[in-house]
Ligand binder design. Structure first.
Ligand SMILES: [Zn+2]
Length: 174
């Protein structure tokens, strides 16, 4: 069976990752793809619903349209902090500590000149470059621990790996 590869494609607010799975429903094999919404939520979405345009977001798009029409103001708070996928939370906190001088961490990142490349101001690009965040890891700058957040200098790493990376090679005087 020919399988349509949707990796990296954008459907409304969805961005499709390379992870897909199929399930047999009756005689039909249904493909779904792991997708990330612009708002940071992730979900498995049926390929058919992506291709047909039936699904364009996790639901936030519809909520915003409804809110805009003034029918339901209760949906305004849907981007509450702490919501969203692990990748989205990492991305958000990276932006905050580098670019918001009003936060505690800024002194150690943005205040020390650490910046984020233009490409990564978009969550979509960040996700494409970094991929899903493995359990127990956070963003680590490597090989240049004093360098910027940009492709090639950042990876997902556990606390243990990060301690190891910090141990800069001592110059031996001999
Ligand atoms: Zn959303």
């Amino acid at each position: 069976m020919k399988r349509l590869d949707l990796t990296g494609q954008k459907f409304g607010r969805w961005i499709v990752t390379s992870r897909c799975r199929s399930r047999l429903r009756g005689q039909q094999r249904l493909m779904s793809w792991l997708c990330y919404c612009d708002c940071g939520k992730r979900r498995w979405v049926f390929a058919g619903n992506l291709n047909s345009g039936a699904s364009q977001s996790c639901g936030c798009l519809r909520n915003e349209l409804i809110a805009k029409q003034g029918k339901r103001n209760a949906t305004h708070g849907h981007r509450r902090s702490g919501k969203g996928s692990p990748e989205y939370r990492s991305w958000r906190s990276m932006l905050t500590r580098c670019e918001n001088p009003n936060t505690l961490g800024y002194a150690f990142w943005g205040g020390r000149g650490v910046s984020i490349c233009t490409r990564w101001h978009s969550f979509e690009n960040f996700l494409l470059d970094m991929g899903p965040r493995p359990k127990g890891t956070t963003l680590d700058r490597f090989p240049d621990n004093d360098g910027n957040y940009e492709p090639g200098n950042v990876h997902w790493a556990t606390a243990k790996q990060q301690r190891h990376n910090r141990r800069s090679p001592q110059k031996r005087s001999k």
